[in-house]
Ligand binder design. Structure first.
Ligand code: PAP
Length: 338
């Protein structure tokens, strides 16, 4: 499997961020009836079923809603963008495939393949180039099949929502760090627009985020809806928090293993497997791998290095004013309480 097979020029936007030109007349007519907004570093966003999407992703979300059918053992990682998706993909893959690939194996797939290849994102990797891909022909690097999505609960394909067997792992992160991480990522993906932005753009971007106008936003509704579902059905939806995982990765990796019905055996515990997995998937290890320094995600052409920035809790302190921080804390309190 290659992480650098795309020949997309790094100056053109990835397909999932392209504009209306790439869609059919029928789809253009459809989106013309939807609320539309332009924010910094993102193509026009369209509001559909209460959430905001760039056009190509919206087309992909709808294709996925129409065509995706899970197998009973499929596992879904759900995140709001920039909540630690890359990290959890690597942990999920390593955990689920540990009998096939030992975490200390010098040929472990994580060492040569970016996590976004190992756990494809439905609406960004699989359905963006083909509205009805034949997944039977797709060589899944993992069994059970692992998928990721940023789709809100309302946008999830109905068969996933209705399933009694598919497990969903929801990872969330402090919105202040999510916004700052998104901003840095947006600048990497749109360097030309970034150069032209005025001095107020960061504050304007922040206001849009607070208002909920951001890809897959509103952020708070995204979390709230999954939280509601997880309370109804805790054996199907596990909530993990980036900050908790940073502080006690082993503890939360064990929770994840139990939730997925593959708890660590006492032999595995004694052999130090939990610590080995944590180390293999750590920011320090992943960000220094050759594949992640120089490769590209084959599905999208985005540089693998764009997914590794600081990997720390609290980067927002370097970027947000006290007033901005209080504003996001206030919305969190109102929407999610405590
Ligand atoms: P995505 O949702 O677009 O796939 P995602 O992986 O969630 O992106 O976001 C990248 C963030 O996760 C970056 O955070 P930062 O901007 O605050 O630094 C990135 O550094 C961080 N990250 C990537 N890999 C790891 C890791 N192994 N451990 C902890 N954080 C990580």
């Amino acid at each position: 499997m290659s992480s650098s097979s795309s020949d997309r020029s790094s100056s053109s936007p990835p397909k999932y961020l392209q504009k209306e030109d790439g869609v059919s007349q029928e789809f253009k007519t459809f989106i013309s009836s939807l609320p539309k907004r332009k924010i910094h570093l993102t193509p026009d966003l369209y509001q559909y079923q209460g959430f905001w999407y760039p056009v190509m992703i919206l087309r992909s979300v709808i294709a996925c809603q129409n065509h995706f059918h899970p197998q009973s053992s499929d596992i879904f990682l759900v995140t709001f963008p920039k909540s630690g998706t890359t990290w959890l993909k690597s942990l999920l893959f390593t955990l689920s495939n540990r009998r096939q690939f030992a975490a200390t194996d010098a040929n472990h797939p994580i060492l040569t393949t970016n996590p976004h290849e190992l756990v494809p994102t439905l609406e960004i990797a699989l359905y963006v180039n083909n509205e009805n891909p034949n997944l039977d022909n797709f060589e899944f690097p993992s069994f059970p099949r692992l998928f990721c999505t940023h789709m809100p609960w309302t946008g999830l394909p109905q068969p996933i929502k209705n399933s009694s067997t598919n497990k969903i792992v929801y990872l969330y992160r402090n919105p202040k760090d999510v916004f700052v991480s998104l901003w840095h990522f947006g600048k990497k993906l749109s360097p030309e627009e970034s150069k032209k932005m005025g001095p107020d753009s960061f504050v304007e971007g922040f206001e849009s985020f607070c208002e909920g106008v951001t890809p897959f936003g509103p952020f708070f509704d995204h979390i709230q809806d999954y939280l509601k579902e997880s309370k109804k059905n805790p054996s199907r939806i596990l909530f993990l928090k980036y900050e908790d995982m940073k502080e006690q990765p082993g503890l939360h990796l064990r929770r994840l293993a139990e939730f997925l019905d593959c708890p660590f055996s006492s032999d595995e515990e004694e052999s130090g497997l939990v610590e080995d997995i944590v180390k293999l998937c750590s920011f320090e290890n992943l960000s220094n791998l050759e594949v992640n320094k120089n490769g590209k995600v084959s599905f999208t052409g985005v540089l693998n290095s764009a997914f590794f920035h600081r990997g720390k809790i609290g980067d927002w302190k370097n970027h947000l004013s006290e007033e901005m921080a209080l504003k996001l804390d206030g919305i969190w309190e109102d929407k999610l309480g405590g």
